[in-house]
Design a binder for this molecule. Structure first.
Ligand code: PEP
Length: 250
């Protein structure tokens, strides 16, 4: 049995005070959760959320980080800054970062390596656009994002990596991949990890599904063999929506 991780990506929502109040209410609502629970607030909201969830089951993640450790990089936030603020895990390669900010696989790979060196876990996001899927390029795209995103990462470090499969056409659109479609993409990712690292790493890798996950579809998704959690955007901004997702098995 693989571990399960459910993470909420708040994107550019929640001021520090809003985030703290929300996180306190969420912590109470998911206190009996049996899975790893992560929330990823915007950078400036992280500190107040770390304080608010102290002693609860909730871990705090970041949505992004710099590919540099320190120096003249205006507007950037480094891995050591995140670590010292109480972050334990960072989302890298989200499709919005790839599409809106031009992040490439090589750039994302630099961040993955830096995060691991600085003792942060990583959620590496991969996924195809609708155009790529319709052109029959699903496996080609997933393979490239997995192989390039994990370049030079050791088998030992893979214990700190979660892969999130997020079909771009399902993010924030209300369209969810069917459990079967998601499961076959996850199985393909796991087979690529097997080729790179062998069976034992592949079998223990957590692969989250992301794309319009809601209380109404989480159980069907989580029932699939290769789906080990969820990365949730919109529904992570409401306790009424996110708590039942986290507690899908309680
Ligand atoms: C996301 O942005 O990672 C995401 C999955 O968003 P949503 O749940 O809103 O589709």
């Amino acid at each position: 049995m693989r571990n399960v991780c459910i993470a909420g990506n708040w994107k550019m929502n929640m001021t520090p005070s809003e985030g703290a109040a929300f996180a306190k209410a969420l912590a109470e609502a998911v206190k009996d959760a049996t899975v790893r629970v992560v929330v990823a607030p915007p950078f400036v909201t992280i500190a107040s959320v770390v304080e608010a969830v102290d002693g609860s089951v909730i871990e705090v993640g970041a949505q992004n980080m710099s590919d540099q450790l320190s120096g003249a990089y205006t507007g950037e936030v480094s891995a050591p800054m995140l670590k010292e603020t109480g972050v334990s895990i960072v989302i890298l390669g989200h499709s919005e970062r790839r599409a809106l900010y031009g992040e490439t696989d090589a750039f994302i790979n630099r961040k993955v390596k830096l995060a691991l060196e600085q003792d942060l876990d990583v959620i590496l996001c991969v996924g195809e656009t609708l155009e790529e899927r319709e052109a029959g390029k699903l496996e080609e795209v997933l393979k490239r994002q997995v192989v390039e995103g994990l370049r030079d990462i050791s088998a030992q470090s893979m214990a700190r990596i979660i892969v999130a499969y997020e079909p771009v056409w399902a993010i924030g659109t209300g369209k969810t991949a069917t459990p079967d479609d998601a499961n076959s993409a996850h199985a393909f990712i796991r087979s690529e990890i097997d080729k790179l690292y062998g069976k034992s790493v592949a079998e223990s890798l957590i692969i989250q599904y992301g794309g319009s996950v809601k209380p109404s579809n989480v159980k069907d998704l989580m029932a699939m063999e290769h789906i080990d959690g969820a990365l949730v955007g919109g529904a992570s901004l409401s306790v009424e929506q996110f708590a039942p997702i986290v507690r899908y098995n309680v």
